[in-house]
Design a protein around this ligand. Sequence first.
Ligand SMILES: Cc1cc2nc3c(=O)[nH]c(=O)nc-3n(C[C@H](O)[C@H](O)[C@H](O)COP(=O)(O)OP(=O)(O)OC[C@H]3O[C@@H](n4cnc5c(N)ncnc54)[C@H](O)[C@@H]3O)c2cc1C
Length: 328
Amino acid sequence: MKSFKFSAVNNPAEAITLINKNTDAAFLGGGTNLLDLMKEHVALPNEIIDIGNLSLKEIKATASGISLGALAKNTATANHPLIRKNFPMLSKAILAGASAQIRNMATNGGNLLQRTRCSYFYDIATPCNKRNPGSGCAALEGFNRMHAIFGWTRECVAVYPSDMSIALSALNANVKVLSSERERIIPFQDFHILPGAHPEKDNSLQHGELITAIELPKNDFAEHSAYIKIRDRNSYAFALVSVAAGLTLNGNTIQAASIAMGGVAHKPWRALNAEAYLKDKAATAANFAKAAEAEMALAQPLAHNKFKIEMGKKALINALETAFKGNI
Ligand SMILES: Cc1cc2nc3c(=O)[nH]c(=O)nc-3n(C[C@H](O)[C@H](O)[C@H](O)COP(=O)(O)OP(=O)(O)OC[C@H]3O[C@@H](n4cnc5c(N)ncnc54)[C@H](O)[C@@H]3O)c2cc1C
């Protein structure tokens, strides 16, 4: 591992002042992703600013919903009574990720900013535009079973790995960010970005910005929501395909559907075609299947991941059926 300077800070202003002095510095949350990347020589910060002491750990009800502190641990968030009751989809998504030990360390802010698990990104002997801009994409013609079927470019076919973020996308969360100039709120759909020509950038956060909280607006589909994750083994594995779905129902009629997919794109993929199809339709198996068809018709698979189309359809149908049946 490359040597680096280590500082610990006690308030957000101190953290922001320090990071603004050094474009090669990085914040340290739980360290479960950053330290792995440093050990593999993929991330090479020369300074680490430990934000673990900041008092951004509260999970609390607000007038508009619930606020999750950026430094609250994933375990504390998933198990919090307010989350289990009002946002069970989020609780399930977090608990479907990583392992108990990792969730005990991982923070909410760090979870959003975890980097892709593309094996070529981790292998510094191979070209990767995300790790080394302009070097090429080894996954495009390589082994791309885990990779994107939506929104990819020839520059990058990697997928975004966070389970938590797939639920946050379906929940229309907002990310609260502080810099030396201002506080800003980034709608979740605009937080992560598609690769375009610059896959080195995963999200719209700027250097010098600190995530302070994630805000969850109230919704009326807590009892009719689901998170389905399909993976190679039942623990310690990233999603091949995942679906977060919430249904606002009037009897058997779907007033609105909120659906996001994971494991299929460079960002949480909002299933807008499926949502549009389901609006004002009866909640029937036939309509769930047609919604899944409408979404997956847009897929552009790579050489080794055509199976994700059928898997995506089945996961969408399963999530919609589970949401319709309701949480007990
Ligand atoms: C073996 C293994 C299996 C895993 N499986 C899964 C899985 O199945 N599903 C899943 O979703 N995840 C999985 N993970 C990933 C895990 O969820 C992430 O590593 C974790 O959420 C990252 O949080 P952290 O606090 O440790 O982040 P860190 O590693 O501390 O930080 C990650 C990044 O965020 C930045 N950062 C952190 N906090 C802030 C902040 N408040 N403001 C601005 N920048 C910040 C850091 O500078 C760094 O760039 C797995 C990880 C491992 C090691």
